[in-house]
Every structure is written in C-alpha cells, then in structure tokens.
Design a protein around this ligand. Structure first.
Ligand code: IMP
Ligand code: MG
Length: 177
C-alpha cells in the first residue's frame, strides 16, 4: 500500500489550496493590463497544480488564460535530472505571454532549457513553480512565483510522482528512499 512509503506530510490539501489562491492573486496582479496569458503546463507533475492555479487566476480577476502542455523529461537517475532535457509537444507560442507552470525546481536544468525554448517565440515568459528546492540549484534560474520553498528531500503527491506513483495524493509528502 502506498501509504507505507510515506515518511512525513509536508503540506496538507488545505495549505496547498490556500497558497495556490494566493499565487493566483500574485499572478493576476503581475499581469494587470495584459489581456491574455498562456499557461504552459509541464507534464506530468504540474497537471493538478495547473488545474487549481488557472481557476485561482480567474477568481482573482486575472487575464483570460489559455492552457497548453509540454512534456519534459531528462535522462538521468530517478531522483535528479542530468541536464539532457528532452522537450516534447511544441505548441505555437508566437507572440504570447507565456507562464510556464512547473511542479518543482530542483537543479534548475529543466526550467532553464524550457525558458530558452519558449523565449524564442513568446512575447514574454514568466515561471511559476509550486515547489522550489533552492539549495539544489546548479544553473542560474529563478521562478517568478513560488508556492513553497522546501528542503532537499524527495517529495510526492498533488500530481508529483515517484516512479509514477503517488500523483493522486491530495497532499504533499516526503517519501522514504
Ligand atoms: P531539475 O531539472 O533538476 O530542476 O528537475 C526538475 C524536475 O525533476 C521536476 O520537474 C520534477 O519532475 C523532478 N523532481 C525534482 N525533485 C523532485 C521530487 O522531490 N519529487 C518528484 N520529482 C522531482
Ligand atoms: Mg517535472
């Protein structure tokens, strides 16, 4: 059973919900004057976060929002990314105000690559990450909006997996490795 491998709960569903609402307000404010933005959701980890976030931006009176998806994978071991980031699915982002929606910034390699690709076409690029492991950063990249800073532990839940497991948890927890 999945729960046996959970070590510690980090953020409850309520805490996440509250923070995502706040992020919606921050984002709505940052884009005031902008008519439309495009959320570019990085699959699979950010799927749940993006579903809540897009509604939070709407409720906060933010800009109209389109939603697009990309799939990023990096070849490396299971718990850290190698830097060889592969990006699949390339929506047309020409002239758009793109908000990249990511689950976790770790080494920063995935987001750095993603931002470079998006910046080639988009009118503007910003990043929102639900979680930020700041101390793990290996390349220079920062999210414009961050849900929570977390310590260097492997986390799951609320869309985030370990070997495809635990995405369904409504909370975020640390797993035993
Ligand atoms: P980065 O390129 O090293 O910043 O890796 C970021 C990606 O690694 C995230 O989008 C996640 O997919 C994955 N990742 C990093 N830390 C964790 C974790 O604690 N749990 C699950 N996936 C993680
Ligand atoms: Mg990811």
């Amino acid at each position: 059973m999945a729960s046996k491998e959970i070590e510690e709960k980090l953020f409850s569903a309520e805490e996440i919900g509250k923070r995502v609402k706040e992020l919606g307000k921050e984002i709505a404010e940052a884009y005031s004057g902008v008519k439309k933005i495009t959320l570019l959701v990085v699959l699979k980890g950010a799927f749940m976060f993006s579903a809540d976030l897009v509604r939070a931006v709407h409720s906060a009176g933010g800009p109209e929002a389109e939603v697009e998806f990309v799939k990023a994978s990096s070849y490396g071991n299971e718990t850290s990314s190698s830097g060889n980031v592969n990006v699949e699915l390339k929506p047309d982002l020409k002239g758009k105000h793109v908000l990249i929606v990511e689950d976790i910034v770790d080494s920063g390699r995935t987001l750095k690559k993603m931002k470079e690709i998006v910046a080639e076409e988009a009118e503007s690029v910003k990043i929102v990450a639900l979680l930020d492991k700041k101390e793990r950063r290996e390349v220079e990249i920062d999210a414009d909006f961050v849900g929570f800073e977390i310590p260097n532990k492997f986390v799951v839940g609320y869309g985030i997996d370990y070997a495809q497991k635990f995405r369904d948890l409504p909370y975020i927890a640390v797993v035993k490795e």
